[in-house]
Design a binder for this molecule. Structure first.
Ligand code: ZN
Length: 138
């Protein structure tokens, strides 16, 4: 069995961001030389997500509003977690949006649906964070 393990690094300028990382993951699949297998992509921080959805700006605004409705950033005092921290909302947002995705590799390519794109979701940014990509197969 072949494998490839790499990290993608992010430092967002804003506290929250959605970044399409499909290209980066595709490049790693190509680099791995694996034709048939699985590709795991996971955030390595408990205030960031990896998820699959449409690359459509209206939808991203909808996600932002929906998440802010469920777990508003402020008032910071509403979260017990915020003792010396201010990211209680980011932990909850991360849990809703998920930690990782697994995508099949078929004929050397990510086997995604027609509109599926892989995103890094940042909920407490402006600092260096990483995503793990692990590709396994033959
Ligand atoms: Zn925290």
């Amino acid at each position: 069995m072949k494998s490839l393990t790499k990290h993608l690094w992010f430092t967002t300028k804003t506290r929250r961001a959605f970044i399409n990382i499909t290209r980066d993951v595709e490049e790693l699949v190509h680099k791995s030389g694996i034709q048939e297998g699985l590709c795991l992509v996971n955030a390595m921080h408990i205030t960031a997500s990896v998820f699959i959805n449409d690359d459509e700006s209206g939808l991203h605004d909808d996600f932002e509003k929906w998440l802010e409705g469920l777990a508003p950033q402020e008032p910071i005092s509403r979260y017990k977690h915020n003792v010396g921290e201010d990211n209680g909302d980011a932990h909850l947002k991360r849990t809703i949006m998920g930690r990782e995705v697994v995508v099949a590799i078929t004929d050397g390519k990510l086997d995604c649906g027609p509109w599926e794109q892989i995103f890094y979701g940042e909920f407490d940014g402006k600092r260096k964070k990483r995503v793990l990509v692990k590709i396994l197969g033959e």
